[in-house]
Write a protein that binds this ligand. Structure first.
Ligand code: NI
Length: 164
């Protein structure tokens, strides 16, 4: 396992729509192991493949930040959301070091994803795990937390980011 370099804003890869996984090969399995290692090393609670330079629809989440309890989600997709902006809370992102902002997310999401064995599952997530899931799926669609806030707030945050 290796700790990978995390791609940071404004890298163009972060605003690209990632590709669907058609087959889980050894290459994907190795990538997933490295994503897990990188997430824990960087003390993140989730990571998406584009953040390590691979434009594929794979995310790893660990809402309780406990090793061994991480979840691997391949081709994850939100099927249903409760009220879109039902919970507002502070979020950060490994690809925007030093930045955090209040982001509105759905409190409850029903989603589907393929697991490591290639089995498609439909599940429901609430509260913080639902937030992490929405954040990481956003990455697969080329969206960052700064794309989820109003224009003025975004300009101010990005100006401070550039000064870091
Ligand atoms: Ni992020």
């Amino acid at each position: 396992m290796a700790v990978l370099k995390v791609v940071e804003y404004p890298d163009a890869l972060l605003s690209k729509k990632a590709k669907l996984i058609e087959k889980i090969t050894l290459k994907e399995l190795r990538l997933i192991e490295d994503m897990i290692e990188t997430m824990f090393k960087k003390e993140g609670v989730g990571i998406a493949a584009p953040q390590v330079g691979v434009s594929k629809r794979i995310i790893v989440i660990s809402p309780n930040a406990r090793r061994g309890e991480e979840r691997v989600l391949i081709n994850p997709e939100i099927l249903e959301s409760s009220e879109e902006n039902g919970m507002v809370s502070e979020e950060g992102c490994l690809s925007l070091p030093g930045i955090s902002c209040e982001v509105a997310r759905a409190k409850k999401v029903k989603y589907q994803a393929v697991d490591l064995n290639g089995v498609k599952r439909v599940e429901v997530a609430h509260d913080f795990p639902a937030r992490v899931l929405q954040h990481e799926i956003d990455h697969l669609n080329g969206r960052l937390i700064v794309d989820r806030i109003d224009f003025n707030r975004r300009q101010a945050l990005l100006a401070s980011y550039r000064r870091l």
